[in-house]
Design a protein around this ligand. Structure first.
Ligand code: PEP
Length: 256
């Protein structure tokens, strides 16, 4: 697999952390530390932090993302945020189907697909999360499960739209637990996802798709994970809340 054909992306997922003023301070601290990155750098932040994040990141190499998006364009969906709303703020990326959304907020493969299509229709880049639970890994069904999640997420997504899809392989048992997949485990499942994309869109599209690993990636283990042939960067939770740790991860990832 030729890594030069796709971008490595290190994306932070702040989850429900940081107020707007904390957002400004943290991004200002991060900017000089990630300025020489040879990968793409993204911070996905809570909705209310987006304007502060966009302002703080202006003129830097940090792009801003959201952590979720609703699939309808507008209407009676109290508390929800549409892709057009994000677009108008200057958001470029959106995380879809994070395991915490699936676990606590009723997200299903079907709603992941609807959100993915809504994000892509609005021109956003969708970071689509897939991954198995520990029991599923123990049952030996990781590959089938992740392939199925990937296929359902991409139903109705055109080959052109695939250029704006990033897949994040996030084993649920590794998220926020301090338990990281081994580099081999991460690479093996990222390769399954790439083969799934190849079966749907062809080899060229599969080679051009960024597939991240996420799950307790940190300053110590990032270099080995992102060096894997099928791992194109990472989706980073806890370690994206600390400028120093995040910058070490960013600087471990290179394009191509
Ligand atoms: C995540 O939230 O996507 C994630 C990978 O979290 P953590 O890095 O904290 O495991």
């Amino acid at each position: 697999m030729n890594k030069a054909k796709r971008a490595a992306i290190i994306a932070g997922n702040w989850k429900m952390n940081n107020t707007p003023s904390q957002t400004t301070a943290l991004i200002n601290e991060m900017k000089p530390k990630v300025a020489d990155a040879s990968c793409k750098v993204v911070l996905c932040v809570p909705y209310v932090d987006i304007p502060a994040a966009i302002e703080a990141a202006k003129g830097s190499n940090i792009a801003i993302g959201a952590e979720n998006v609703h699939f309808e364009k507008s209407g009676a969906f109290t508390g929800e945020i549409s892709a057009d709303m994000l677009n108008e703020l200057g958001v470029e990326y959106v995380i879809i189907g994070h395991s915490e959304r699936r676990q606590y907020f009723g997200e299903t493969d079907e709603t992941v697909n609807k959100r993915t299509r809504a994000a892509l229709d609005a021109g956003l880049t969708a970071i689509v999360c897939v991954g198995e639970q520990l029991t599923e890994r123990e049952q030996g069904i990781t590959a089938e499960l992740v392939a199925m999640q990937t296929k359902i997420a991409l139903l109705g997504v055109s080959a052109e739209q695939m250029k704006k899809v990033v897949i994040a392989y996030e084993p649920v048992w590794a998220i926020g637990t301090g338990k990281t997949a081994t580099a081999e485990q991460a690479n093996e499942v990222c390769a399954v996802i790439r083969a799934t994309i190849a079966s749907l869109y062809g080899d060229e599209a599969a080679e051009a798709t960024t597939i991240q690993y996420g799950g307790s990636m940190n300053a110590k283990n990032a270099a080995e994970l992102v060096a894997q042939p099928d791992v194109d960067g990472g989706l980073i939770g806890g370690a994206s809340l600390k400028a120093e740790d995040f910058s070490v991860i960013v600087n471990a990832a290179t394009n191509g």
